[in-house]
Design a protein around this ligand. Structure first.
Ligand SMILES: Cc1cc2nc3c(=O)[nH]c(=O)nc-3n(C[C@H](O)[C@H](O)[C@H](O)COP(=O)(O)O)c2cc1C
Length: 329
């Protein structure tokens, strides 16, 4: 009998399949459905720092048009914030009552400001851990990359001051030194990292000559940019839990990420596209793989093909297509 158990951020998971933060984890019903489908843990839909600010601005300008007096501003700010947070706190509390799997709260943020104090409320509501989804888009040509990286560290440090539950950081692939970034996050208290987030990307509509949103879902080929960094970081930054994310659509993708050194894998697009039934198929694929190679538990193959464990680690560093083209007739 295969044992699929794993740990992630110090939590015990029955398997390495985690539902990533998205609309699929925004209600208790959906979370229960995910648990019934066999998922190992859920990351709740993010509370957006931006969303809170937007609501505040919207309400204030509406009130200003109504000639309300300026003192109302503080009240509205306080009310809107509390309302948004209260809803999220209720979601954490109810999800914790409804399911046995770990429930990870998620905050989408770009600054180490006042909002960081909310993190404590999520811990008090019962969240097993907190995932910080940090995305800062630098457009100032004079801004140094070190300053941008420091922003991520500052957010983490501020949140760590508020909570005692584990904190992980989810970031994007566009950093100048990903191994260094992972090490700094670890050094500043991150229990884990999620590599990588995937964002709305712009496209251009040639029919209307307008900027448009591109496809929101990933494709299975997207696993490759994550795989390299999971293989490298798992070898070079000891004792940090890696959640591989982006492009994980089937059991084979999960197996590959674990072979590269991931602690767990996060699923989003495949759940949207194929429904929660895909979890059973993935578990069957993992079972068949373990049976074929006579692996009894996940630890038997975790990191087996990471950077430090393969005979030719340079394969992880290869970035040019030279050999491919030199072999072509
Ligand atoms: C519709 C949708 C909503 C999402 N919402 C969030 C969110 O609230 N917070 C977050 O950290 N990531 C969010 N994501 C990103 C996913 O959690 C995930 O990191 C990304 O989609 C890559 O994984 P995938 O290739 O399995 O889709 C969202 C993705 C989609 C498609």
């Amino acid at each position: 009998m295969a044992n699929f158990e794993t740990t992630y951020l110090g939590l015990n998971l029955k398997n390495p399949l985690v539902a990533a933060s998205s609309g699929l984890t925004s209600s208790v019903d959906k979370i229960v459905e995910l648990e019934n489908a066999g998922i190992g843990a859920v990351v709740l839909k993010s509370v957006f720092e931006e969303q809170i600010n937007h609501e505040v601005t919207g309400m204030i300008s509406k009130n200003m048009q109504n000639n309300s007096y300026p003192e109302a501003e503080d009240y509205i700010k306080g009310y809107t914030r509390d309302n948004t947070i209260r809803k999220h706190i209720e979601l954490i509390e109810e999800a914790k009552k409804a399911v046995k799997i770990p429930v990870i709260a998620s905050i989408n943020c770009i600054s180490a400001t006042e909002w960081t104090t909310f993190a404590k409320e999520f811990q008090n509501a019962g969240a097993d851990a907190i995932e910080l989804n940090i995305f800062y888009l630098p457009t100032d040509r004079n801004e140094k990359s070190g300053v941008v990286e420091q922003l991520y560290i500052d957010v983490l440090k501020k949140v760590k001051l508020e909570v005692s539950i584990p904190v992980s950081v989810k970031f994007g692939v566009h950093h100048s030194n990903i191994v260094g970034m992972a090490e700094k996050l670890k050094g500043n208290g991150a229990a884990g990292i999620v590599m990588f987030n995937r964002f709305y990307e712009p496209d251009i509509n040639l029919d209307t000559l307008e900027l448009a949103a591109s496809e929101v879902f990933s494709s299975p080929a997207d696993i490759r940019r994550t795989l390299r960094w999971v293989g490298l970081v798992s070898s070079m930054v000891p004792k940090i839990d890696i959640a591989a994310s982006t492009g994980i659509h089937d059991g084979n993708a999960v197996i590959k990420q674990i072979l590269a050194g991931a602690q767990v894998t996060q699923l989003c697009s495949t759940l949207y596209m194929n429904g929660t039934g895909v979890v059973t198929q993935m578990m069957t694929d993992i079972y068949e793989f373990m049976k074929k190679w006579n692996f009894k538990k996940i630890e038997d193959f975790r990191g087996r093909l990471s950077y430090k464990n393969i005979p030719d680690p340079m394969l992880y560093e290869r970035s040019q297509f030279m050999k491919y083209f030199s072999n072509k007739k």
